[in-house]
Design a binder for this molecule. Structure first.
Ligand code: KIV
Ligand code: ZN
Length: 421
């Protein structure tokens, strides 16, 4: 058989596309049937959108490396059409970040997809993707896009189709999904998957959902999008009602395959679901959710500190996982329990998240045991009566003065000093 070179190229391209399609389907089937929920981190995109959280390209690479070490499946690495710095950061990640898929955010605009292709072209095809979004709610259709439903569907078909000609990994998210009519939402997902989307997202863009509503809508999508078996379903919650983590867990319970979140929950307005909180909730409640995850929880504490340091967005002392007080207590009853067995007053041990350890803070609420324990560590042995004397001394220390080791030893000195003759 003789074939001219153009026909040969066309024939080989056809085979290549078929193989690629088969691999794509196999990967999606594997993830849909498996029991592992995937983490897609958006600290470097949605997180960095937070006022004041600007990151330099080399800082983004450091965070990306720490996310890779923690086992994140994909990184929403930036929005190439919106900023040269995002392109630079993505280019710096290529060759350094080898495990996670790098994705770039795009509007449903062909030029955005071209910009993403340019930024990501040096990454292997199976490790690069695009994440398209387009407002679908009545508010967005009327006031932002000025488009009727059929025009929005056409736009999705056109741009997702265009993206899937260039990328094997294409996500489509109807922006403001939580305020979009459920039936229209189903249509948006259907046309996106028909056009080649491999992941469909459910963003609660303005953070209005509650866990019960999340469960219902995610089930609705899984049960009513006719071609859903050809795509993964991702959830993305903002924290305007303080429910982003709870909503994410409800999404997992209802069968979401991918969780989009950020370290420390940084992001637009009240932020996003916090990766470290979702991961610890799943880690401690694996049986309830029936899913596994590939997150190494021992890397989480360090990640929270790194993101706080590089973004300059500090953490509340009470912030779960990363806050200063998570393993600290001043209360006598808690200190006594922790000294007998740390599990009495902890949900998990510090080493499970790679944190430094328990801190028994001495103050007005402390008890004898913690005082005696710290003095013993400092080489000072006192009788029970003397320890009570030190405690009385602690209670007299003015507000705002912390009881450090020097002050504690001084107070101990007072109760052991021989009475003046
Ligand atoms: O919250 C949101 O709607 C987003 C989109 C870009 C997916 O972050
Ligand atoms: Zn968002």
């Amino acid at each position: 058989i003789r074939m001219d070179s153009m026909a040969t190229t066309g024939f080989l391209k056809g085979i290549e596309n078929k193989v690629r399609g088969a691999v794509k389907r196999a990967v999606i089937n594997h993830h849909r049937r498996g029991d592992t929920v995937l983490f897609s981190d958006t600290t470097l995109r949605d997180g960095e959108q937070m006022p004041g959280a600007t990151l330099e390209p080399h800082e983004k690479v450091r965070i990306a490396q720490a996310l890779e070490a923690a086992g994140v499946h994909s990184l929403d690495a930036g929005f190439p059409a919106s900023s040269q710095a995002d392109i630079e950061a993505i280019r710096l990640m290529i060759g350094v970040i080898k495990g996670p898929v790098l994705t770039a955010l795009c509007r449903t605009v062909r030029g955005d997809i071209d910009a993403a292709e340019e930024a990501l072209s040096d990454n292997p095809r199976h490790k690069r993707g695009v994440s398209l979004f387009c407002g679908t709610s009545p508010l967005h259709r009327e006031h932002k896009l000025r488009k009727e439903q059929p025009e929005v569907l056409e736009l999705i078909t056109d741009t997702v189709g265009y993206a899937s000609g260039k990328f094997d990994i294409v996500a489509f998210s109807p922006e403001d999904a939580s305020r979009t009519e459920p039936d229209f939402l189903v249509e948006c997902y259907k046309v996106a998957i028909d056009a080649g989307a491999t992941t469909i997202g459910f963003p609660d863009t303005v953070g209005v959902m509650t866990p019960e509503k999340v469960y219902d809508i995610i089930r609705h999508i899984q049960d009513n999008v006719p071609n859903i078996d050809r795509a993964l379903l991702a959830v993305h919650f903002h924290n305007d009602l303080g429910l982003a983590v709870a909503n994410t867990l409800a999404g997992v319970q209802a069968g979401a395959n991918v969780i989009q979140c950020t370290i420390n929950g940084i992001g637009e307005r009240a932020g996003n679901a916090s990766l470290e909180e979702v991961a610890m909730a799943l880690h401690l409640n694996q049986e309830q959710y029936g899913v596994k995850m590939n997150i190494d929880t021992t890397k989480l504490f360090e990640l929270t500190q790194l993101v706080a340091e590089l973004t300059g967005i500090g953490l509340s002392p009470m912030k779960p996982v990363g806050g200063d007080n998570i393993f600290a207590t001043e209360a006598g009853i808690h200190q006594d329990g922790l000294l007998k067995n740390p599990d009495t007053y902890l949900p998990y041990r510090p080493e499970e998240i790679g944190a430094r350890g328990i801190r028994l803070v001495l103050g007005r609420h402390s008890g004898r045991r913690a005082v005696a324990h710290r003095l013993h560590e400092l080489g000072v042995e006192l009788s029970d009566e003397q320890v009570l004397g030190v405690l009385d001394g602690i209670k007299e220390v003015p507000k705002g003065v912390s009881i450090d080791d020097d002050l504690l030893v001084q107070l101990a000195g007072r109760v052991t000093a021989p009475p003046a003759s």
